[in-house]
Design a protein around this ligand. Sequence first.
Ligand SMILES: Nc1nc2c(c(=O)[nH]1)N[C@H]1C(S)=C(S)[C@@H](COP(=O)(O)O)O[C@H]1N2
Ligand SMILES: [Mo]
Length: 412
Amino acid sequence: MSSHSSEKQPQSLTRRHWLAGTGLALSAAGLSGFSKTAMAQAAATAAAPKPLPPFANWKTADAMIVHSSSTIELKRSAFGSSVITPSEKLFIRNNLPTPDAAIVADRDAWVLQVEGVKKPASFSLKQLRAMGVESVTTVLQCSGNGRGFFPSKPSGTPWQVGAAGCVVWSGVPVKALIEACGGVADGMAFMTGTGGEKLPEGVDPKSLIVERSMPLKAFEDAILAWELNGSPLPLAHGGPLRLIVPGYTGVNNIKYIKRLAFTSTQTEAKIQKHGYRITAAGQESSPNDPSVWEMPVKSWITAPLADNGELSAGQTVIQGVAFGGVHAVKLVEVSADGGKSWHKARFFGPDMGKYAWRQFSVTLPLSAGAHKLVSRATDTAGNVQPEQRLENAHGYNNNSWADHAVSVTVAA
Ligand SMILES: Nc1nc2c(c(=O)[nH]1)N[C@H]1C(S)=C(S)[C@@H](COP(=O)(O)O)O[C@H]1N2
Ligand SMILES: [Mo]
């Protein structure tokens, strides 16, 4: 298991240390009755929601599930009915410690190195801003979103549906940058982005660096973004500058990007060679396994949910989100009987382009009793969201409609 996908949670280690320490001290004092109370209190502490880490303390706390200080997801009940996910509700995933806030103190001074072009050059953010501006709405989704539904419990964060959001990015198109650099150099097959995190000394940089390669064609609609939802890109989401590759899973959207290179081969970084690949369950990842790049078509219901109070019998509005990765989503069908019969949903709200998700809704009569609500999306290329997940060792790309079912009970 690579350090990138194991998503270690230092907090739980700390808690275990603390518990061990407490147990020792109490047994030494022979206070077994008190020890039980202490253990009960410790258990309650363990179950209490973790607080937001300081760099993300501006998030809407009651809308988020804090798995660790670097893995924070949106609750299924908190998606709302607006196509755009407010930045305060956008999930966070950092593979390395978040860089110091000093990097967003003077945003314009941030420097991007461009390589593998006819005229390699470095550009400050100030210079990039002068090269043009475009905006694109994309679904940003972690490759492991839905991992929590794998019965095999792959290691890594057990995300449910909330490691995803639909947001607006603004910045300069990569195409414009390439043009300014005289075009892509001959023989290049990949676009490679490098994260600007400072790496610890004495460690092989390849083992830690967040550097990802993707097929060259990915540059077509990619942008180097400095704004998120109309505000300067927060540090938590990769400010001052981030690579946005529409339709590709989260990890390919390099935060704090310091180098954009066109390369003939994929990077040798561990996160590329062994991380983020679709590996057969029980096998070690190999560079021959397919890389996690384009997102598959997917949808999920966001309301009603079992924890939103009792439903009464009758017409019920069922809603959710659907997207097609690099293709627009074309159709969503909803079933209230676990997939036996399907009803066409309608899209509502603005269409923000093919890389955005669409909100869907359908009103169905629900009788008293238990119902299993599921949704199934189809994209414009004809890909249909499958019933079963694609089993894989690390729990990537789960788009199974069965796994994303919602069970509700309607009162008699
Ligand atoms: N430089 C850098 N870029 C990164 C990461 C990272 O750790 N460092 N994490 C990646 C992963 S795995 C995901 S899912 C997304 C998360 O983006 P967000 O935190 O803005 O939601 O960023 C990606 N880009
Ligand atoms: Mo991710």
